[in-house]
Design a protein around this ligand. Structure first.
Ligand code: NAD
Ligand code: IPM
Ligand code: MN
Length: 354
């Protein structure tokens, strides 16, 4: 039996996770996959109850699980907390504890959703990008110091460090992924300014030399522009932790909505699966969030952590079929379509599962 730790988190995390869990349960029943789903708390709601955003029990369960499905954490209510107690520490701490260093964020523009992009349909049509984001290092995990203006400490700082081995392992992930795709890696950096980026560029260049992929390098500012000018030029985008965070939110709307986009975070141990969006406080509790990103993250869990590609594909097809039937949550709703709440969207996907 495979153990799945389910962590809904805060805000829309609770709503989208209900839909995703129902789909995961049904799929595993249909495919005869023996799993046990157990729910754990993290984020602001965990802080309210236990005074820590990432309870020990959640970390232990995640480490012992075969896969972790995560919703989202955060919210204005907890923004005043000291950095170590903020809800975002839950997801950062979990990534650290699980040693997941490779964050895969597929950005696909489904042909029937191309007109839902804020860009012209002819620009986004055919876009199929895999963002491979380094997740365990960089400026997210470097030394930092907070300012304390009330005590006269008027300066704050963060540091970005990357080692050769950290860059090599993520470059390897990108090259392996590219070989199963169009064999083209674009490595993103700011090597015209940053020392870490210069090491990044040299190391990626060396790592990819024998990988039988086409490698090019692009400055992150140009990349942000090229993503909206001509997204079809990209296959695999290899990025540092922060650049990947920013570029993936930008790229997510090419396919209609950030609510559609899943991710897998992989390392040596248990994999962590989440939508790429956050807890969306502006729409939380209204049953209108798009659950598809989380549902598709469950599909990635089946593929990458449980080795069940058919079951994963069944979920992906069911999401496609529900959307092609016309179901749209508020983020993508337009006249003439079927208006779906979060629960309706989940139910529409469930009906399409076979
Ligand atoms: P967000 O991704 O939560 O929301 C950005 C915008 O996208 C909002 O307008 C929101 O309504 C919309 N949106 C997001 N997901 C959606 C969905 N499934 N369906 C429909 N619309 C959706 O980003 P934010 O507003 O910058 O951050 C809100 C909180 O979430 C913050 O506390 C932030 O730190 C946290 N956050 C957490 C994670 C995570 O847990 N992995 C990721 C990103 C942000
Ligand atoms: C994401 C989020 C997180 C990140 C935050 C909540 C720490 O934005 O998963 O994209 O920056 O990695
Ligand atoms: Mn983000």
């Amino acid at each position: 039996m495979k153990k799945i730790a389910v962590i809904p988190g805060d805000g829309i995390g609770q709503e989208i996770m209900q839909a995703a869990v129902a789909v995961l349960r049904r799929t595993t029943e249909l495919y005869g996959i023996d799993i046990q789903l157990q729910q754990y708390e993290a984020g602001g709601t965990a802080y309210d109850r236990t005074h820590t955003p990432l309870p020990e029990q959640t970390v232990r369960a995640a480490l012992a699980a075969d896969g972790v499905l995560f919703g989202a954490v955060g919210g204005d209510r907890w923004d005043h907390l000291p950095p170590a107690l903020r809800p975002e520490q839950a997801v950062l701490g979990l990534r650290k504890a699980l040693g997941v260093y490779a964050n895969l964020r597929p950005i696909t523009v489904r042909p029937y959703l191309a007109s839902y992009s804020p860009l012209k349909e002819e620009i986004v049509r055919g876009t199929d990008i895999l963002i491979v984001r380094e997740l365990a290092g960089g400026i997210y995990f470097g030394a930092r110091e907070e300012a304390a203006e009330e005590a006269g400490k008027m300066r704050a700082w963060d540091t970005e460090t990357y080692s050769v081995s950290e860059i090599e392992r993520i470059a390897r992930t990108a090259c392996i992924a590219a070989k199963q795709r169009r064999r083209h890696v674009t490595s993103v950096d700011k090597a015209n300014v940053l020392a870490t980026s210069r090491l990044w560029r040299r190391t990626v260049q060396r790592s990819a030399a024998t990988a039988e992929v086409t490698l090019d390098h692009m400055y992150v500012d140009n990349c942000a522009m090229q993503l909206v000018r001509c997204p079809t030029r990209f296959d695999v985008l290899l990025t540092s932790n922060m650049f990947g965070d920013i570029l993936s939110d930008e790229a997510s709307v090419l396919g209609g909505s950030i609510g559609m986009m899943p991710s897998a975070s992989l390392g040596e141990k248990t994999g962590l699966y989440e939508p790429i969006h956050g807890s969306a406080p502006d729409i939380a509790g209204k049953n209108i969030a798009n659950p598809c990103g989380t549902i598709l993250a469950a599909a990635m869990l089946l593929r990458h952590s449980l080795g069940k590609p058919e079951a994963a594909a069944a979920i992906e097809h069911a999401v496609d079929a529900a959307l092609q039937e016309g179901w749209r949550t508020a983020d993508m709703y337009r006249d003439g379509m079927k208006r779906a709440s979060t629960a309706d969207m989940g139910a529409a996907v469930l009906r399409q599962l076979r």
